[in-house]
Each structure stands twice: as structure tokens, then as C-alpha cells.
Design a protein around this ligand. Sequence first.
Ligand code: G6P
Length: 464
Amino acid sequence: MAAVRADHKLVVLSNRGPVAWRAETDGTLRAGRGAGGLVTALVPALESAGGVWIAAAMSDTDRRATREGLVATDDAYEVRLLEIDTADLHAYLDVVSNQILWYAHHDLWNRPREPVVDDDMYTAWDCYVRVNELFASEALTAIGTDPAVVLVQDYHLALTPALIRAHRPDVRVAHFSHTPFAPPSSLAVLPGEWAARLLSSMAEADICGFHTDRWAHRFRLCLDDWGVTPRGRTEVFPLGPDVSSLRAQAGEPAVASERAALETQLDGRRAVVRVDRAEPSKNVLRGLAAFDALLHRRPDLAHDVAHVVLLNPSRQALAQYRAYLQDCISAAESINARVGREAVILHAEDRYARSIAAFTLADVIVVNPISDGMNLVAKEGPLLNERDAPLILSTEAGAHAELATVALSLNPYDVSATAAAMSTALDMGADERGVRAHRLRELAAAHPPADWLDAQLVALGVTP
Ligand code: G6P
């Protein structure tokens, strides 16, 4: 890992930070790990580089910790959580970021019904602008008069590059999108001035980073369509898991007990495993429909195979997400009712040790998103797996660009093809499984977070 030049301060901005505070029964606040793929990626990278990480206080407990001046410090980096008014936080995060921008970038619109850009939405946009201003001003405070590198993460904070640039033209700024980027037709759904402001702010960064060429290409198409000339470059920085920390987590006793519990539920059956946030872009419903179709086609599998579906409830403040999770649970229940046993083992709970355990024992891993920036699960699963499980992978996940040669590729809308891929994976002979799994592990380990961060710093010209 190349160190940041001593005279450059490293500042990371992300909505969700690496720390989530929780209250013990006696009221004492304790710092734990923040959730999500972005945090998983950035924590190991920052551990080697150091710096200041600015993020939103996401809960009442986080806000209390901020007010009480509690700081979660790591040896290598400092975390500052911003206290944001709860109504503003809801508008900026739930409404604009996770409803509007998430849907635009993943092209998830159900156009006859959404989005509805009404007065409330315009008010929410004003909050989004205000929260971006708050982040930019906190970044400028953290920088002081030092030379600095600011790494902005994701769509929540797309307006900060221009705000930082306006005050400190010399600061090196990178904006990295952990999501896909909207195709122009999807961004065009937003009011024109919003899209223009998002693009022209990102265009003020020295580097706009994406996981794959496809998303970088879409960003360039949008810049062209809106007539925005970028100041910097658009580049691809692929990202994979930190293999050693993944393996260390797999060795925790909690994983062994979760594995034993899953094995009891499986009762000798093989496992087709998926692990996702309960999120419409993850396409869980079509995955369940495919498993149902598989059992129809292959009654011989009914007593031999189960579908393990581990869903991490996500963004439950939003009705669409709550409804989606409920629909997944209902779909699983109706398959089980039809089959007359627990053919789908579904757990809707944030339990990391169980997710790791499921990957270790999977016989097939399914990752079928409608659209996904990278999908770290597609890499973590094969790295943790102990049974040479074939990976069934959507062409629309960023990871597909790297893993296409060894995964079983699928069109995420094609339920029949997904069922066929499950069937092929379950029938695959040991030799082919072994060859594919070996290569999968090599490819999945290729871009550890420290290298991903390093590549961005090199591109920004700040390494010695
Ligand atoms: C994706 C986004 C992240 C986000 C994560 C979890 O990975 O790129 O920015 O943090 O999803 O979503 P959440 O809304 O729970 O933070």
C-alpha cells in the first residue's frame, strides 16, 4: 500500500460510516460496525491509509453519541459523525438518495406510477442540497489549510465535489460510485436542473470512479447529453473483498454455530444460497420464482435441495422496501405450502455470521440482480465457499465483467433461464466444479480494498 504523501490529509465522505453506536442495557453507548458493502470495502482500505472519515449519524443512538462528544477512534483513522436534523435526514436520505437517485442509477422506475415529482419532492431536493453543503463544509473544516485529498463516496453526496472545489480549487477530489450509473433515459426522468447540477458537480472532481467500463460509459453518455465538460477523468477501479479479514471472520465461533443451525434446517439437503439486502434491485422475487420453476421441472430435487435465502432488511423507512421484503416472505411461504415442506429456508435478519456460514456450506450460489454496481457477494461467496459451488451470476452485476468466464451467466429477467442455470449448477460434475471454483477464487481475490484505494490515490497523483 502506498502511503498518502505526508503533507496531504486524506478525507473520506460517505453517508454511512464505519461506526454504528448502540446502547447497552445500562445506557452506556458502544461503537459497533456500520452496515453495507461500501463500509466493508473502505474499512480495510482506510486502516492502511489513515485519515478522517466523515459520515452521517444514522440513528438516535448515533446522534446521542455525537452530542456527547463520543468519538470512535481507530488507530489509523478518525470518524466524525454529522448530526443532521431528522426531517432533513429523511428527505435527503430516504426520499432523494434512496428513492430517487437509487432508482435512477439502477433504472428501476415503474414509470406509470413513479417517481412523482411534486412540491414535497422539490422540498426534499432542497434538503439534499443542504445536507451536501453540510458535508462539504465539514470536509473543509477537517482539511483546514492543509493540502488534501477528498474521496467522496456515492450518489448521496454527488453535490459535494463542486462545493469543495469552489472553496479549495487546489484540493484533489475523487467521486466514486458504488452503484451503476443511470443511463441517460433514466436520469432524464429527474427535473432537468437536478440532473444538470448532479452531473456538473461530479464533473468538478479530478477523478470520477466506477466499478466497470459500463457504468463509466453511461456517465460519459450523460455528460454528453447534458453538455457538461468534465474537469477530470472518468476511470474504472474494480473492487474485491479483503480476503484475509473475510477468512478471519469465517473462523469466528459464531459462524460455526450458525452453520450447525443451518445444517439442522437443511437436514442433509443441498443448498442453493443467496444473501442480499432486501432490496428491489436484488431481484429476490425472480430468484424465488426460478427455484419454484426448478422444483416443477425437476420433482426429483424436491427432497434433495433447499433454497437458503438470507435477507438483510434494508431501508425499512420506505414503503417500497417494506412491501418488497413482505412479498419475498410471502413468495417463500407459498412455495413451502405447495411443496409441503421448508423448501425455501428464508431468514429476514441482519446476521452477518449466518451469512458467512451459508456461503461456506453452499452447493450453488445465486446472484441475480436487475442492476448492481459491483456486488461484492458474488466475490465473497466463492471465496468463503468450501464445496466448489458454481456461481450463477446476472450479466447486470458489475462483477460479471470480471467473472463471466467462470460463472453461469443469466439475464435477470429470465426466470426460465435462471431455473435452467440452477439445474445445470446442481448437476455439474466435481471436476468442472473444482476448475471453475479455483478460477473464481483467483478472480474474486484480485482487487483487495487497499489496492482499490491505492489506484485512486495514484490516479490523483498524491502518492510519493
Ligand atoms: C450500496 C450503496 C452504499 C450503501 C449500501 C447500503 O452498497 O452503494 O452507499 O451504503 O448500499 O445501503 P444503506 O441505504 O443501508 O446505506
